[in-house]
Write a protein that binds this ligand. Structure first.
Ligand code: ADP
Length: 217
């Protein structure tokens, strides 16, 4: 369990907070508007009404004890930038910020925040990927062009072995695990017999994983 602080509890900040809580973490929620605080007050571990542009108010929150601070003050660019400056001043290391425009992004990258989030763009890419490869349930970018993908095995492939499914890609792809209801199988041998409904987690480069796509539908 870790502790996170979320500044700005609008649609983005409140969703992120609730998910962090669901994952078992503690969340301090901060918003200038009592209405937003009241809406989440009974769920948040700590809730504070404060203006994110007020350095003194931020200093009183003891933010250094949190794993990361997520700044999600929405369209309020000035608040977002001032808040980041104050957080830097206070010595906060992990600062994640939701950006709303290109200029916002430029300023944030100059300020050296840990992660700049563009929800619309990031979600747009995820949706396009899901439309392109409907059998890919989830994927994770590992860096260096390596990806981890979770594939749902369709009925047509019931009974196929892992090596038959992967074909030439066997040597370039790692089958990380197979999930069959509550059961996890790992490592996955080449002669492992897959069943319809299995979740197969593969790791490999995007180009190799793409060559597999036609076999999986
Ligand atoms: P988003 O859709 O990105 O979540 P919203 O406009 O829904 O954007 O939410 C932004 C939140 O940030 C609101 O709850 C607003 O009260 C809060 N906020 C804006 N400026 C400040 C500030 N200076 N200090 C604290 N909270 C702020």
């Amino acid at each position: 369990m870790a502790q996170f602080a979320v500044i700005g509890l609008g649609r983005f900040g409140s969703t992120a907070s609730l998910e962090l809580l669901r994952l078992g973490h503690q969340v301090l929620g901060v918003d200038a508007d009592a209405k937003y605080i009241n809406r989440l007050a009974d769920k948040l571990s700590y809730a504070v009404i404060a203006d994110a542009t007020d350095e003194q108010a931020l200093a009183e929150l003891d933010l250094l004890r949190y794993e990361a601070v997520l700044v999600a003050t929405g369209e309020n660019l000035e608040a977002s930038i001032l808040c980041v400056l104050h957080l830097k001043n206070l010595g906060v290391q992990q600062i994640w910020v939701k950006a709303t425009s290109k200029s916002h992004h430029t300023i944030l990258s100059r300020l050296g925040v840990s992660r700049i989030i563009h929800p619309e763009e990031e979600m747009g890419i995820k949706v396009a990927q899901a439309l392109n490869y409907p059998m890919v349930n989830q994927y994770l970018t590992l860096g260096n062009n390596q990806y981890l993908v979770e594939i749902a095995l369709i009925a047509r492939l019931d009974g196929i072995t892992l090596s038959d499914l992967l074909g030439d890609a066997t040597h370039f792809t790692k089958a990380v695990l197979v999930k069959r209801r509550e059961q996890l199988f790992s490592p996955v041998a080449e002669n492992f017999v897959l069943k319809s409904g299995d979740s197969l987690v593969l790791a490999g480069t995007l180009s190799i994983l793409k060559t597999l796509a036609p076999r999986l539908v």
